[in-house]
Design a protein around this ligand. Structure first.
Ligand SMILES: [Zn+2]
Length: 366
């Protein structure tokens, strides 16, 4: 991710901080300093910001761990001033699952608020008072900010969680693309509303309006692209010019093929059909155990999965990326006609992008 720094890794998920988060910190430091001119109070203020930061990380982990329950991995978490983004590798298929994943983040902040209330902390601050963040005490502030995070994240607008909740609810009744368009339009109406509020004297609201506008547009575009890519068949991105091996070939011959070209996986043909696949790792293992004179059949071959030439590309891509299959045999009327690899799909998408067609939709973020 651009303009972000990696700060740590929690539960196997890398955590990044976006530079705009630093603006928030700087703004809080300046407002503390100008209000108190006191180093200790300013340090406490920064400590408070770090604790909000911790709450936001927990919020995002709520999304990420809920998604993990549905078998959806999270590529990374990035912290932004208005919350954070857990970049799920795909959006859960079922609207009900997306609903749970979207709600899991705010639920963490609800839990923090509940925990503070149970511990006897009371929101003895008036959030409408100017500079309450500077003057109020630590735990009451933490409570109010977490309550604010719940309310703010549940605004029914992308990129906030509320936008996803709205889309999931709509998608239970409507087709997914249409649900997204409606949710995005509602988000942009809210952005206009925030913009007007912001013009009457609150620059922070203007920033939020801009963020919501861009987020809504981006979500609508991504989903549209993903739906468009969904109609592209496997046939268009498959490899047709590739080398194959037979079980009796020597591993030395396979190693020569590996070195001579860019191909890294080799279908192994038995009786005229593609029966297995020799990956580069398997070839190296075979070479170390049996040497150049060893046979392809002696290497740890993987099973070769099949996909129909007319099948949509997106699920096949997910299968390669998440299922860990090294490649897929593309078949038409049961006859092998090509090979599908991640590298080739990557090149296909690059060519498509160069020709000005959208391709980024296969990396949905959430
Ligand atoms: Zn969230």
């Amino acid at each position: 991710m651009t303009w972000s720094w990696k700060i740590c890794r929690i539960a196997g998920i890398p955590i990044y901080i976006h530079w705009t988060f630093l603006i928030l910190i700087a703004w809080l430091v300046v407002s503390h300093w100008s209000a108190t001119h006191d180093v200790a109070r300013t340090v406490e203020g920064v400590g408070f910001v770090l604790s909000i930061f911790g709450c936001v990380v927990l919020h995002e982990l709520g999304h990420a761990l809920a998604a993990r329950r549905y078998g959806v991995p999270t590529a990374d978490i990035t912290l932004l001033p208005i919350g954070g983004v857990a970049r799920l590798q795909r959006i859960p298929e079922h609207p009900g699952q997306e609903l749970v994943v979207a709600l899991a983040g705010p639920a963490v902040n609800v839990a923090i608020v509940a925990g503070l209330l149970l511990a006897g902390v009371r929101p003895s601050v008036d959030p409408s008072e100017n500079d309450f963040l500077v003057h109020a005490r630590f735990l009451p502030k933490l409570l109010v900010v977490n309550a604010f995070l719940v309310a703010f994240n549940l605004l029914p607008a992308f990129p906030m969680d509320g936008g996803r909740v709205l889309r999931a609810l709509l998608a239970m009744r409507l087709e997914y693309g249409q649900a997204t368009r409606i949710a995005a339009s509602i988000g942009q109406l809210m952005a206009i509303f925030f913009g007007f509020l912001g013009l009457s004297g609150n620059p922070m609201l203007l920033l939020i309006a801009l963020f919501v506008w861009i987020g809504a547009e981006g979500e609508a575009r991504q989903v549209q692209e993903r739906l468009a890519l969904g109609n592209i068949p496997v046939r268009e991105a498959m490899l047709t010019d590739f080398r194959t091996l037979s079980p009796g070939d020597t591993l030395g011959h396979a190693a020569d093929l590996l070195l001579a070209g860019t191909q890294q996986v080799f279908p192994v043909i038995i009786d005229g059909r593609h029966a297995g696949v020799l990956t580069r790792d398997a070839l190296l293992t075979g070479l170390s155990q049996h040497g150049r004179e060893g046979r392809v059949a002696e290497a740890p071959l993987r099973e070769l999965g099949r996909v129909a030439a007319g099948a949509p590309l997106v699920p096949a891509l997910a299968r390669l990326r998440e299922g860990g299959e090294p490649c897929l045999q593309v078949v038409e009327q049961d006859e092998p006609i090509g090979l599908l690899t991640l590298e080739n799909i990557g090149e296909y998408l690059m060519v498509r992008t160069a020709l000005g067609r959208p391709s980024s939709g296969i990396h949905p973020s959430a």
